[in-house]
Design a protein around this ligand. Structure first.
Ligand SMILES: NC(=O)c1ccc[n+]([C@@H]2O[C@H](COP(=O)([O-])OP(=O)(O)OC[C@H]3O[C@@H](n4cnc5c(N)ncnc54)[C@H](O)[C@@H]3O)[C@@H](O)[C@H]2O)c1
Ligand SMILES: O=CCCC(=O)O
Length: 529
């Protein structure tokens, strides 16, 4: 009871913060943030409880965790810190809902998704403000993310009605083989903080389109967007239990293990680091769950001498600095062929000079903070390692303490060498290292010299080279003469230790379906008189 009241007061506090735009301590557990955010049109989108069986619930323990604004480090609100028991309850809710939801028609599921899509688009401004608040990305980027997130809902609203089967010629006389596709069952969906809306809709929309029921684990850093999306899904009429959202920060490993080991869960889809993916895969193996894993990358971005250098600079800026370098498909290693190295480096650094760094609501801000100080330390360590081995800074290279503890300068390093840390580890921050190379064969060897294989990019005007290099790069997604490959229509996913499974596209729904063959015997006899 006390915890219920506490959480109610937390939500009220959050709402008052938005209405009043003032710095006022409201309660000892949740207070205004000290920097104002634009008020929401619909303040009831702000939730601080988890969503189980169509109800907003606190943790049984009454525990909460803090969600902080990465721009200021200040508290946004406290969110329910769920544990194993509540996660099991969410799984049972999804399991109870499955029996009837799997029997809904594709058209019904499609209509539901369409309503959810319409509501998401209608609330773009509010969702974007929430994303900026908890993730830090500039408001324009946050709006772009809401649009991107909504395209997955729209896409799978359309795909829901296209789940098909087959009739196959049997090799046994008199038999006929039918193939149907069915929902895999209860799905455990675990998503990261870097795209608080799009990573969750990219899993939820195909799961629902397929007729599955779900338990999503919202990222501890950015749970508010996931909860707002759940509110919109409920408004769209999704039956209780089809979409449950559990929230946790400290209890995340226990919640994750519960999802990955509970026999009622038939599918785990995870987006995040390779290390956590490895752990979840091990845990999920006990009950042989269907899995898809979208894990870490270390994308090569190659510019050949024959490329349009200006286009390559634009593509590299988009790919490297999207979300301040915090996307799994961000260029991590920029390989520039010797003939155009100087021109590329100068033009690239010049563009980076034009960035405006600051809090995501700031006028004209192009790049926000990193998510937390660990991310800043990683960027800093990659810069230090490169400098200690002979790289030079063209621009940036420092923290920006005057802006806040999570800010790091967009950085361009030149004269990078293959042994440097940045060549082998995903920076996940705004540091671009320019590596010179001589030949096509050399650069493809360098590009493939990594355990992961998510995205890769290259710029060239030679059509034969385009085929050669595209076929030789060991990645799941390639951008040729573009730095932007993310699209609901395109299959998203990696190879090697970047994981397996594909999201979006005509293939994404297969991750949530299982195939069943039905063999009919005694068929095809003579016509009866
Ligand atoms: N391939 C992709 O589509 C994709 C997309 C986004 C991020 N990523 C990768 O994610 C990484 C950055 O995110 P991060 O550092 O927050 O990743 P992370 O693996 O630490 O966390 C990602 C998510 O997993 C949850 N999590 C953490 N530990 C867990 C555990 N033991 N059990 C269950 N869930 C757990 C977190 O709460 C979070 O929601 C990068 O490596 C990046 O490339 C990949
Ligand atoms: O960070 C990973 C996902 C980014 C994207 O979908 O473009």
């Amino acid at each position: 009871m006390a915890s219920t009241m506490l959480a109610r007061s937390s939500t009220r506090s959050l709402v008052s913060t938005l209405q009043l735009r003032v710095t006022v301590p409201i309660s000892s557990r949740c207070y205004a943030t000290g920097h104002s955010i634009p008020p929401l049109n619909d303040q009831s989108l702000l939730k601080s409880k988890a969503f189980i069986h169509g109800e907003w619930v606190n943790a049984d323990s009454g525990k909460t965790f803090e969600v902080k604004d990465p721009s200021t480090g200040k508290l946004i609100t406290h969110v329910a810190e769920l544990d194993v028991a509540e996660t099991q309850r969410a799984i049972r809710s999804a399991n109870d809902a499955l029996a009837s939801f799997r029997r809904t028609t594709a058209k019904e599921r499609s209509r539901f998704l369409r309503k959810w899509y319409d509501l998401t688009v209608a609330h773009t401004d509010d969702l974007a403000k929430i994303i900026t608040w908890e993730n830090g990305k500039p408001l324009a980027d946050a709006r772009g993310e809401v649009n991107y997130a909504a395209t997955f809902i729209e896409w799978f609203a359309e795909q829901a009605t296209r789940i098909d089967g087959a009739v196959l010629p049997a090799s046994i006389p008199g038999n006929r083989v039918l193939v149907t596709k069915e929902p895999v069952g209860v799905c455990g969906l675990i998503t990261p903080w870097n795209f608080p809306a799009a990573m969750i809709t990219r899993k939820l929309a195909p799961a629902i389109a397929a007729g599955c029921t779900t338990v999503s684990k919202a990222p501890g850093e950015t749970p508010l967007t996931a909860l707002a999306l759940a509110e919109l899904a409920a408004r769209a009429g999704l039956p209780p239990g089809v979409m449950n959202v559990v929230t946790s920060l400290a209890n995340t490993p226990a919640v994750g293990e519960t999802l990955a080991t509970d026999p009622l869960v038939r599918k785990i889809s995870f987006t995040g680091s390779t290390n956590v993916g490895r752990l979840l895969m091990k845990q999920a193996s006990g009950t042989i769950k269907k899995c898809s894993f979208e894990l870490g990358g270390n994308a090569p971005f190659i510019v050949f001498d024959d490329a349009d250098v200006d286009a390559a600079v634009t593509g590299a800026i988009t790919s490297k600095f999207r979300s301040s370098g915090q996307t799994c498909v961000c260029a991590n290693r920029l390989y520039i062929q010797e003939g155009i190295y100087e021109e590329f480096a100068t033009k690239f650094a010049e563009k980076v000079k034009g960035f405006k760094i600051g809090g995501g609501y700031g006028e004209g801000v192009t790049h926000g903070p990193l998510i937390h100080d660990r991310a800043v330390s990683k960027a800093e360590s990659h810069v230090q390692d490169a400098l200690s081995q002979g790289a030079t800074v063209m621009i940036g290279g420092q923290k920006l303490p005057d802006l806040g503890s999570n800010f790091f300068q967009p950085t361009v390093l030149r004269d990078m060498k293959p042994d440097m840390l940045l060549a082998h580890e995903e920076t996940f921050g705004p540091v671009a290292g320019l590596f010179p190379f001589k030949t096509e064969a050399e650069v493809v060897t360098l590009a493939n010299n990594t355990e992961v294989g998510l995205a890769g990019y290259f710029f060239s005007k030679d059509v034969q080279r385009i085929w050669r290099v595209a076929e030789a790069l060991e990645v799941g997604m390639i951008g040729v003469n573009t730095g932007l490959i993310s699209d609901a229509a395109s299959p998203f996913g990696g190879i090697k230790q970047s994981g397996f499974g594909r999201e979006g596209s005509i293939y994404g729904i297969d991750e949530y379906l299982v195939m069943k063959s039905i063999t009919l015997g005694g068929m095809g006899g003579d016509l009866q008189n």
